[in-house]
Design a protein around this ligand. Structure first.
Ligand code: GAP
Length: 474
């Protein structure tokens, strides 16, 4: 069969429905009619997510001599968020449509019409005036409506520690993992004898009470981040900033993400956050348009300085060679796990119309990302095919290769199912394999089918595990 026409996901609903149908991602709390914008990762989703996190950790932490890892608490002393500016500044301008009373982020509505960065540096009165001047329509009732004046809405979730219901016991769920790294900077530098320049990487959950979550797992209230804070000598930060931008982009290319759908957007100086002297976003062209995937920021010494002031603890670093003391500058590549997972899905998705009008849906994952690496399929449910296939399946598992065994339905349907899971290889055990077919010369041989080309090749059953392991190691 040859490919006639190819169609990539132009609608996020194709991805959402494939994810549910194939056990990647389900809507959260479904048996209670759901909880809006929460998602659960099913058996294949959780493997895909784990592969993403493992690959990031290996590339950004384990294999680098200048980066160490950390797993800090989600609940931090609330002073952390006062010092970091999250209590004062981590808020969005919230507006209500006076016609239908739906709530929106004024900056998002304006950016959709006027372009990114249009609200940078503007106060709430100015933002309100821009809404009026540009006759911003309500996305819900579609009227060029009247809006309430913007109100500040802090995005941090509050909870309480212990049994006392007073404000003294209030804490926040962290809205980023980064601050935990800053709090432990001194301990890591001193106890683990790290010398600047060095980095601390962390993967963990973050929480934001987003006003407008949506687009599937693109923007949710509970998500995971993979963050690296790289501490360097003041004055060297722009070199490191350029270095990390390239390092991040090269890693995405290495995962097989389509370069044509990736771009680096440098922030306009007036768009920069209060702590940054340079920020760039890696953006991806999702089915719903270009969106931020990865924020890479030069954060100056803002965070360490702020924590030094608020905690009254010395957070300076002493250079052992020169005896110089300084607060390091920080470059931060900050990536959402769920967002990269959505990129991996959108980028891999394809509907192919085959000769004869048949359509197959394929996820072209790079083998590194694929949740299942190989499927073992006996051609028929009969012995001794199932015994031979079962043995082969267990051998794959014993070698640590994520494998799946499937003996139900026709072989064609089973191939289609594995194509939808993004499994790079299917190994078929047939009657010839076990010496009961019409081709005695093919005894002991299995058929390996490659997902993208659908090409099939005969391989001795004794060497197929080593062969797949070799392909995976590439
Ligand atoms: N420490 C810096 C920081 O958190 P950010 O740009 O707010 O910066 C970094 O977030 C990354 O985290 C984003 O580029 C995105 O990949 C991910 N992210 C942020 N908010 C998210 C949300 N509500 N849902 C899913 N991912 C999110």
């Amino acid at each position: 069969m040859s490919e006639k026409k190819a169609k990539v996901a132009d609608n996020i609903q194709h991805i959402v429905s494939l994810c549910k149908r194939r056990g990647f991602i389900f809507p959260g709390s479904e048996i209670y009619d759901g909880l809006a914008n929460t998602w659960d990762y099913g058996p294949y989703g959780v493997e895909l997510k784990k592969n993403i996190k493992d690959l990031w950790w290996r590339h950004f932490v384990t294999t680098r001599p200048d980066v160490v890892g950390l797993d800090s608490s989600i609940l931090l002393n609330p002073q952390t968020w006062v010092a970091s500016g999250h209590v004062g500044n981590f808020s969005d301008p919230l507006v209500d449509c006076l016609a239908c009373h739906e709530r929106f982020r004024a900056d998002q509505l304006l950016e959709e019409k006027l372009g990114e960065g249009c609200c940078a540096g503007k106060n709430f009165d100015e933002i309100h005036q821009m809404m009026v001047d540009n006759k911003i329509e309500c996305p819900s009732c579609r009227k060029p409506t009247e809006w309430t004046k913007p109100r500040s809405f802090n995005l941090m979730f509050k909870t309480r520690i212990g049994v006392v219901e007073d404000s003294g016991a209030e804490v926040y769920l962290r809205p980023e993992t980064a601050q935990g790294i800053f709090l432990d900077f001194k301990s890591v530098a001193e106890n683990c004898r790290q010398k600047v320049p060095f980095g601390i990487g962390q993967i963990g959950k973050s929480f934001r009470n987003e006003i407008t979550p949506g687009n599937f797992i693109f923007r949710t209230r509970e998500f995971e981040q993979m963050e690296l804070e790289f501490f360097c000598k003041p004055g060297t930060e722009m070199e490191w900033f350029a270095y990390w931008k390239k390092y991040c982009m090269d890693w995405l290319y290495g995962l097989g993400i389509d370069p044509a759908k990736l771009r680096m957007r440098d922030h306009d100086p007036k768009e920069l956050s209060h702590y940054s002297n340079g920020t760039s976003d890696v953006e991806y062209e999702f089915p719903f348009g270009w969106g931020e995937l990865w924020g890479i920021a030069s954060r100056t010494d803002f965070d360490l300085k702020a924590h030094q002031t608020h905690s009254k603890k010395d957070l300076t670093y002493r250079d052992a060679l020169t005896n110089e003391r300084y607060i390091p500058y920080v470059v931060e590549p900050s990536l959402g796990v769920d967002r990269l997972l959505l990129v991996a899905l959108c980028d891999a998705y394809e509907e192919q119309e085959l000769e004869g009008g048949d359509v197959r849906t394929v996820l072209h994952f790079s083998p590194k990302l694929a949740p299942v690496k190989v499927a073992v399929l006996p051609l028929s449910k009969k012995e001794p095919l199932t015994a031979a296939a079962g043995d082969l399946y267990r051998t794959f598992l014993a070698h640590g290769i994520a494998a799946e065994y499937d003996e139900t339905q026709s072989i064609g349907r089973r191939y289609r199912r594995q194509d939808e899971l993004g499994t790079p290889w299917c190994v078929t055990v047939d009657f010839d394999t076990v010496g009961e077919g019409e081709k005695p010369e093919q005894k002991g041989m299995v058929t390996v089918r490659e997902r993208d080309s659908m090409k099939q090749e005969l391989v001795p059953i004794d060497s197929v595990v080593a062969r797949i392991a070799e392909l995976l190691a590439k």
